[in-house]
Design a binder for this molecule. Sequence first.
Ligand code: TYD
Length: 160
Amino acid sequence: MSVKECKIISLPKTSDPRGNLTFVEGSRHIPFDIQRVYYLYDVPGGAERGGHAHKALHQLIIAMSGSFDVELNDGYEKKTFHLDRPYYGLYVCPMIWRELTNFSSGSVCMVLASNLYDENDYYRDYGEFLAACGTRSGDVDARESHAKWRRGKVLYHLAT
Ligand code: TYD
């Protein structure tokens, strides 16, 4: 799967003098049924979340309050999104390494997920993730390349 499939989805929003209301219906507004909802909050300044990929899980990430950045990487290409509105969701397909950073004070990150929690669905080791993606890693140190990628100095090697 590719980061090209990951995109911002504009969610329905109704507004009246009492305020705004946004809703999400599984398989109607997003490309999966919702089995689980979880949220990150009280994230300390400078903390990073994520740092893993999922084998089969589809997710929608929403900044319910405040803002943060989401860096996506399919082993070949990376893409960074800044989320700061509760009526936009970032759809993340399976097999995408993600890093969530730059949480603003008081921000809340809500995630809608296509399956119940299953630790077996995770890649928590970046080298294993790359191997599963088929990214050529025999001639590069995957961890070092990833560290450089995180520092923004190089795009990860494209496998050919
Ligand atoms: P993790 O997915 O690593 O969090 P993040 O993506 O924000 O870095 O999960 C952190 C811990 O919480 C880990 O021990 C697993 C547990 N957890 C659950 O028990 N259920 C869940 O639905 C989620 C998302 C995490």
